[in-house]
Structure formats: C-alpha cells, structure tokens
Design a protein around this ligand. Structure first.
Ligand SMILES: [Zn+2]
Length: 440
C-alpha cells in the first residue's frame, strides 16, 4: 500500500515536473555530465562516430546532444522517469534512502535546466581531433595525448612528452631557484591516433567551436607553423581565435562558416623542426593583439593572423574546465590565471582589445577620468584585465611584478628584465605592450 501511494505521489510529481519542463520551453541535459574520458578511447572510435560524441557534454551537436534532442522526456528527465523494469523493492529502497521528492529536488532540476540553457547560449566546444586522452585518468594517458619534443640535455637526447603541453615547458635552464623552463609554448601539440603504413598521420581536424574560417595559409614554407588555418569564434565575450598548425592540408577556404566538430583539415608535419614521426596538431586558443597588425608590419604576409599577433591562452586548462563546467565564461577562466606583472600605459587611448572584449575592463566607472591604463598580465603575456587610472604616466612602465629570486626574463619570454620585486620592460616587452595598446 505504501508503495502504491508513493507511486502515485511520484507520478504526480513527474507530471508536475514534465509540465514545468515544457513551460520552461527547454530540453534538459542528462543530470549526469558524461565524461569524455570515460566515453571510450579515441583510438577505438569508429569512422561513423559523430562530432557530438567527440565533443563535450552539454554543448554538442544537433541530434546527438541531450540538449538538442527531441525533448523526449524519457531520455531528458533522467532520474525522474520510473524504470518499468525496476523491482518494486529497489524503488522502495531508493525512496527510503533518499530525501523525499520535494521542492528542493525540483528546484535543483530547474536550476540545472537553466544552467544547461546558459551553456548552450555561451558556446559549443569539442575536441579538435579524435585524440581524447587529455582527460584520461591513467598515468599514461597524457603522454598519449601530447606529442613529445626532441631535447638534447646534459649530453643526452631525450623525448619529453611534457614539451607538448601548454606554457613554459621548453628550454630548461638551471637557475638560483632550480630548473626553469624559459620558452613559452602558446598552444598544445596533439598526437595523431591514426597513421597509414608509411607512418603519415590520418587524423581529421575539427573546428573547436562554431565560427568562421578567417585565414588559411597553404604554403608550408611561409611560416614556422607550416600550413595552418585560423577560425574566429564570435563568443559572448568577443572574438576569439583558434589556430591549427602543421597541417597536411586544409579542407576549407577563408570565409567558410563552420560548426563545432566540422572537419576543417588533415593532420600533418609541415613547418619548422618537424618530421613524420613527430606529426601533430599544434592548437592555440587566442586573443588577437591588434586588428591593425597588417598596417604596422608590412613584411608580414599573414597580416592579422600571424602567430605573433595572437596571444595563446592555456587551451588545455580551458578544455579541462569546460569539460566540468560547460557554462564556464572567459572571465571565470581568466580569473584562474596568476597575475605576474602590471604595467601603466603612457596613453589614455582605449586599447582595441578592450573595445573588442569589454569583459576585460575593471573599475570602468572611472573611464571618464582615464589618463593611463593599468594592464595586468600573466607570465605568458595574456592580458587579464584593463583598469582606467587617473594618474598620468610618462612612459609605459612596470608598476608591479611578482617577487621571484631569479631573472624575470627567464619567466616572461624576455619581456621583463630585473629580478626580485623589481622589473622593467625590455625592448621586446615594450613592443609587445605598444602593439597591444596600438601605440604605433
Ligand atoms: Zn606546438
């Protein structure tokens, strides 16, 4: 009898939930986020696998993702639909061990629906190849994701896979604070998962997110990147760029609109310092420094889409955090970066990058009195915020740096000199800030 009543109550709540669900006009994601890592190995994926299966949880593609499904409540309302095959005892057991199905649970579901909708509004993101080992939990999964680099150190040739990661992972140097990696890798190097008999990579490369192909460089010798292409993603926080390098060939031309997961290229090993064995996709997720790069550097044939005009962010951390939180905003993401230095600019002119990305502004209520901009950077030169400052600054200068007991030049790709709590911009550092603030 008790079960029967509970069943009725359950059915009533289910109807209410369905009503609310439909009133909300939404399609709800599964209550459990599928994890890419546990969704099967990339190497074993069939040819017929769809982009959505490669992709992330709530932001996949039509027909694949729960969010974009047909709203079938049996599938959508996981956890609310009674399983007709479940034994009554099991159902009762569950009733007894969990909180009564009440308003709190419904509120939680509604919050989840809202979060999932927000996620869909923000962006779709998928992994750019069939290699999904970035999320693997086994100790050996990341070496299966990142392509090693050749390193000659202390008389020995080594092949550290960590050199394929994002960040300061290259060119180690012994310093007062121990071994410091002095060269920045602004992207990640993703290993192929398919090769032909001659060891050529066969991996297709997919657009990381919806966007537009804005540049295709088809000449291997015209860049250290070899053949590469750039896609612009018009995200709510402004335009961001993904760059795909060392391609064998591009499948798309400039101007093509793409969806997350669309095939855009074939992996290869074009570009400087590569060989067939080290074939990989070099992927960057970047801010554009200035949209007038072409005017200032005339010898640059890639114009705005030169790698020198793109500031690569920690794309691996972005992918990892997006996997756990598809409604991750770029502000939340950048808040996870450690500030390393701050500069004051000598000009009150509002930088183009801040116009394109208003979310980078801080204390913008003071903008009417601006004399100088305080820009906060991380080690990699990624701008984390811009704040209007009322004091005039005669020159572009460092006003704060993280204290370290070694040369700042080792930690900032040579943009800063000095050590300890003192630092100045070097000529390359000044050029970098001038470019960012369009002082040219
Ligand atoms: Zn690379």
């Amino acid at each position: 009898m008790k079960f029967k009543i509970d069943g009725l109550v359950c059915a009533g709540i289910l109807l209410l939930a369905l009503f609310l669900f439909h009133s909300f006009g939404g399609k709800k994601a599964s209550s459990k986020k599928p994890k890419l890592a546990s969704a099967g190995s990339s190497a074993g994926m069939s040819e017929g696998a769809t982009a959505g299966e490669r992709g992330f949880t709530a932001a996949g593609l039509p027909g694949v993702n729960p969010l974009d499904g047909d709203g079938n409540p049996t599938q959508s309302l996981t956890g609310l639909t009674p399983d007709p095959n479940a034994a009554p005892e099991a159902a009762v057991e569950e009733e007894n061990h969990s909180a009564p199905y009440g308003t709190a649970d419904l509120a939680e579901d509604l919050a989840e629906i809202a979060a999932a909708q927000k996620a869909r509004e923000i962006r779709n993101v998928v992994l750019p190849t069939d290699n999904r080992q970035i999320f693997g939990k086994q100790a050996d999964s990341q070496p299966n994701f990142y392509m090693y680099v050749d390193r000659y150190i202390d008389g020995v040739n080594t092949r550290p896979w960590t050199g394929g990661k994002y960040g300061y992972v290259r060119t180690p140097r012994k310093t007062a604070i121990g071994k410091v990696y002095t060269r920045l890798h602004e992207g990640i190097d993703i290993k192929p998962v398919k090769r032909d008999k001659s060891n050529n990579p066969l991996d297709d490369i997919y657009a990381l997110s919806d966007g537009k192909v804005v540049y295709v460089n088809s000449s291997s010798g015209a860049s250290n990147y070899g053949k590469y292409l750039v896609i612009r993603h018009d995200w709510p926080e402004g335009p961001f760029y993904t760059l795909y390098a060392h391609l064998a060939s591009a499948y798309v031309s400039t101007g093509k609109t793409v969806k997350a997961g669309d095939k855009v290229a074939r992996m290869g090993y074009t570009g400087k310092g590569l060989n067939r064995e080290r074939s990989h996709l070099h992927l960057e997720l970047a801010f554009m420094t200035t949209d007038r790069y072409n005017y200032s550097y005339n010898k640059n044939i890639h114009r705005n889409y030169s790698g020198l005009n793109l500031i690569g962010m920690d794309v691996a951390r972005f992918l990892e955090e997006y996997q756990d939180n598809p409604s991750l905003t770029l502000r939340e993401f950048l808040d996870g970066e450690e500030p390393y230095f701050k500069v004051h600019t000598s000009s009150a002119k509002k930088p183009g990058i801040l116009k394109r990305h208003p979310f980078l502004g801080k204390n913008m209520q003071n903008e009417s009195k601006v004399q100088s901009w305080e820009i906060t950077f991380n080690r990699a030169g990624v701008p984390l915020s811009f704040e209007p400052i009322e004091e005039d600054s005669m020159s572009t200068k460092v006003v704060w740096v993280k204290t370290v007991n070694t040369n700042h030049s080792y930690l900032t790709s040579g943009r800063l000199s000095g050590s300890g709590s003192k630092a100045s911009l070097t000529s390359s550092g000044t050029r970098f800030v001038d470019l960012l603030t369009e002082k040219f």
